[in-house]
Design a protein around this ligand. Sequence first.
Ligand SMILES: Cc1cc2nc3c(=O)[nH]c(=O)nc-3n(C[C@H](O)[C@H](O)[C@H](O)COP(=O)(O)O)c2cc1C
Length: 300
Amino acid sequence: MKRIDPQAIGTAAFHAYLLGAVAPRPIAFASTMDAQKQVNLSPFSFFNAFGSNPPTLIFSPARRVRNNTNKHTLENILEVPEVVINMVNFEMVNQMSLSSTEYAKGVNEFVKAGFTEVPSEKVRPPRVGESPAAFECKVKQIIETGQEGGAGNLIICEVVLAHIKPDILDEHGQIDPFKLDAVARMGGNWYCRAQGAALFEVEKPNTRLGIGIDKIPDEIRYSPVLTGNDLGQLGNIEQLPPEEEIIAFREQADLYEILHDHHLPAAERPQALHLLAQKYLRAQQTEAAWKILLQPEMKA
Ligand SMILES: Cc1cc2nc3c(=O)[nH]c(=O)nc-3n(C[C@H](O)[C@H](O)[C@H](O)COP(=O)(O)O)c2cc1C
């Protein structure tokens, strides 16, 4: 591993490693207002959700590394402690980037970047009409992480009202990740688009108590075929399938074929079975994969 001491390489160089590695990051497109009601709109990828009761979002306008000054967003929040955090989808990404230009204080980036100001209901700053989801927030607390250039200012926000575009919802009224088409920030100039093959599901283990990788029999655990992901999926099962189901599964066409392939040397059978089990794992059929892996021939 390359060892990097943040103190030794300086803020700007370490910033690049930090943001390259902590990625992808969601983007808070923050709309704020100063005491004179001048509107500001800027993106911040030091951002996430931290609790749902109260619903809490935190983002961080950092002190500029160049000259150790604060962002207008922070200055506005110190005057009017309210913000709308708008979410960013792929359609908005170039305009959003344009809005991050260091325009002079008082310049409205809704105008510069061509977004629609929609009046908010519970806070003063407007929301972005084009955003798929927007959260009206009251600022509860600001935590400074330091005084030097690059230091963060954690803006702790409580969501008081959410707006969700109906066209990103599925038939159950939940947000459909395929319809959201979210973008996130990587290091440098890179972004990532959460769409198509980039989206995949992993079953939550929250209601079950998986056996864990340590309880997987050695001949499976140390398979040259199965990957860490495969083992993670196998370890999420609560109980191994009963003997009679394992035996009944021998009639399954693809398994039957391997077990009755007389040209396949017995020593190569475990590998063939591992490859077949892997196919089932990739199809999210964990029980079936176990029934293959627990065949007596596995020990051949
Ligand atoms: C996608 C994206 C994410 C950004 N994230 C941050 C961030 O988390 N913190 C930060 O201080 N600046 C971030 N920036 C830079 C600010 O958006 C930029 O400094 C902006 O001009 C600040 O505007 P303001 O001074 O009007 O608040 C980001 C820029 C982009 C394009």
